[in-house]
Design a protein around this ligand. Structure first.
Ligand SMILES: [Zn+2]
Length: 390
């Protein structure tokens, strides 16, 4: 199918906060920009890896694609579950659309959990976590998924696929272990950016229409707020879902800047004078009262009803609990035990931490670059921007 037409390549550089680019030289990025365009665009809130990668490959916001975090709360089962099964996906991927018109696509990603989502409809998929033997033979054994070099392996594998196959479309997604552990301008971070930059140069040297963006940024966090304890101290009950929670706790210790709160998970909502519970279970008046109290908590930037959050951040109101809580720039949510903050009196609701994480609206601004003159408002527009260049 490909013939003389350039391969469209979308590359998601995980956790590439604009500050990392500003802190070091990026000759290849600049060269690509000079031929096309660069700038900043918005990612989805919650600013998490899967939410944004799924947004990019479906070209939609969470209200349409349905992925609202790494973890969600199953009201029927009454427990938290990992949102890792593609059955949670409510939209077709771009690869399914491209397959329908006879185009060949491939995706190389860092983590297996993401491969299952982005692989829908994709002709060839590979992850650094469990790579196919053919790729190992071609580009070597991938370093461990928690290694800083895992992203380089992903990009090497992507270049190999470009060179060895007749592809119309290629998707690449790396891992954010370095930005989680190292601040912009540190030698480790600069080495990571340098390696990514070289790989972008290798991609751009091929016959490709390239769009590179990030899923989310990254900020230093100095405060952990334990929302379970905040609720308890107010005499309230509810289930707090730390959205970043997944099976890769090495990266983030389950501490991120966004949480969903499910009030009254017993399934028998309280009634008010209006006597009506909303579709998500909790009473709207109760939710508003709890939101007010949470917004008065130091470290909490926003506590929004599901309806308000759905409208503001294009989220599906039936998959975000009763309240969406977003931290300020320095704050993560999670258990003080996980945070190891040393502030473990049962009455304490927050403590100090020293880590780098994401999840809130403070990490939604991300950089992009393309060798074509595109103008990207959201990272979800990456594939469409290249399609329009045809
Ligand atoms: Zn990420």
């Amino acid at each position: 199918m490909n013939g003389t037409v350039s391969t469209r390549v979308v590359c998601c550089l995980d956790g590439l906060d604009p500050a990392y680019l500003a802190a070091t030289e990026t000759l290849e990025w600049d060269r690509i920009a000079a031929a096309g365009a660069t700038g900043e665009c918005q990612g989805a809130v919650p600013s998490l890896t899967n939410v944004n990668n799924v947004g990019i490959v479906t070209g939609t916001h969470p209200e349409e694609h349905g992925i609202t975090g790494n973890t969600c709360f199953d009201r029927e089962a009454g427990e938290q579950v990992y949102m890792e099964d593609p059955s949670y996906l409510c939209r077709e991927t771009c690869f399914e659309r491209y397959a329908d018109r006879g185009e060949a696509s491939a995706a190389v990603v860092a983590k297996e959990k993401l491969e299952r989502f982005v692989g829908r409809g994709c002709g060839v998929t590979a992850s650094a976590e469990s790579p196919p033997a053919s790729l190992v033979e071609a580009v070597g054994e991938p370093p461990g998924i928690y290694s800083g070099q895992a992203s380089e392996w992903v990009l090497d594998a992507a270049v190999h696929l470009l060179d060895s196959r007749d592809l119309d479309v290629l998707y690449i997604s790396t891992t954010d272990v370095i930005p989680h552990k190292h601040e912009p301008g540190s030698s480790e971070a600069n080495a990571w950016v340098g390696a990514l930059d070289s790989a972008l140069g290798a991609l751009a040297a091929r016959d490709v229409r390239l769009c590179v963006a990030a899923d989310h940024g990254m900020n230093h966090k100095s405060r952990c707020v334990d929302l379970d304890r905040v609720l308890a101290s107010e005499g309230l009950s509810g289930e707090v879902i730390p959205l970043i929670r997944d099976q890769h706790t090495y990266h983030h210790q389950n501490l991120g800047g966004a949480a969903y709160v499910y009030l009254d998970t017993s399934g028998t909502p309280a009634t008010t004078s209006a006597g009506e519970a909303d579709a998500t279970g909790a009473n709207a008046d109760d939710a508003a009262a709890v939101a007010d109290r949470l917004e008065g908590t130091p470290g909490v930037d926003l506590a929004l009803s599901a309806a308000a959050a759905a409208e503001r951040f294009a989220l599906p109101s039936d998959r975000i609990g009763d309240l969406v809580v977003l931290g300020d720039r320095e704050t993560v949510f999670g258990s003080l035990e996980d945070a190891g903050s040393g502030n473990d009196g049962a009455a304490d609701t927050q403590g100090g931490v020293d880590l780098r994480s994401h999840g809130s609206h403070h990490e939604r601004t991300v950089p992009y670059v393309s060798n074509h003159e595109i103008d990207l408002a959201y990272n979800t527009g990456a594939f469409a921007a290249l399609d329009e260049e045809e």
